[in-house]
Design a protein around this ligand. Sequence first.
Ligand SMILES: C/C=C/C(=O)SCCNC(=O)CCNC(=O)[C@H](O)C(C)(C)COP(=O)(O)OP(=O)(O)OC[C@H]1O[C@@H](n2cnc3c(N)ncnc32)[C@H](O)[C@@H]1OP(=O)(O)O
Length: 300
Amino acid sequence: MFQIAQHASRHSASKLGVSSGFTFGGHFARSFSSSLLKDSYDNLLVSKHAVSEDSDNQVAMMQLNRPKALNALSDAVLDDVLHAAHVLDKDPTVRCLILTGSAKAFAAGADISEMKTKNFEDAYGTDMFGHWQELSRLQKPLLAAVSGFCLGGGCEVAMMCDMILCSKSAKFGQPEINLGIIAGGGGTQRLTRAIGKSKSMYMHLTGEFISAEEAYNSGLVAKVFPDDELMDETLKIAKTIASKGVLSVQAAKEAVNAAEELPLQEGLRLERRLFHSLFATKDQKEGMAAFLEKRPADFS
Ligand SMILES: C/C=C/C(=O)SCCNC(=O)CCNC(=O)[C@H](O)C(C)(C)COP(=O)(O)OP(=O)(O)OC[C@H]1O[C@@H](n2cnc3c(N)ncnc32)[C@H](O)[C@@H]1OP(=O)(O)O
């Protein structure tokens, strides 16, 4: 299931260099636009998958690859994820991104060995983990494919994605309370919006995990698949999204994500303005013509 390289298209063979001079140490508003994918990352496997035989459009897959520590999210892991995500988000051939882990763990949280010796000055003074939020600000859709443990910062990173798909073995939790801390990557806010106050409070205060089934019933995940089907099904969903109009996908993502932040009237206004703006696109003409001519749409 997790032999992702097997799915890789002809595109993944192209080796791309990385521009020099970049460091990724934890600050907002860095420019990644001129950067290219690295040939390889220490903690991440990146592959690209053609949407169809006759299309140049691709889905990009990022697989966390720190198996000895159950993909614990060290600074180096996050630097790799954010670097690759920013580059892929700017790549015009990439239409949808997937973030996944291993069969045993999506990610078991922030790296406890790195945090252990930090003091208040280190944490507050550097706005520790503030830069993780960049993952929630990509323009293209980002799907989390979760198997096994999805805990603490792992659960928070999954919730930064636009939707979570998981296998039956997935376990979600915010166990930071067991370490004498609380969630710091968005868990108290995003989990509460996703599953409601009472269940979120239960998870944050007891540190107990919930199963894939509970996560699905609570609205945290969009779909649950048998373990050996998760990656194929996730790719199918990503390819479906990748075959839609790029601007309408971007607008839908922006509008839905705004629902978590805006008061209703402002959200409705934003949705309407985005809806209006799509009437300036070729894809609106093509989509409606294709419907009326009873043929599949060919989005640009
Ligand atoms: C803002 C965000 C804050 C946070 O995220 S705080 C962290 C929240 N997460 C947690 O508290 C979960 C910590 N991990 C665990 O509780 C357990 O692991 C599991 C239940 C996930 C799995 O248990 P088992 O199957 O028995 O595996 P194992 O032997 O505990 O782990 C294998 C190796 O992985 C390392 N590891 C696991 N999670 C982390 C982590 N979060 N940070 C650093 N290392 C981790 C272990 O230490 C060990 O390593 P070795 O083989 O060298 O002993």
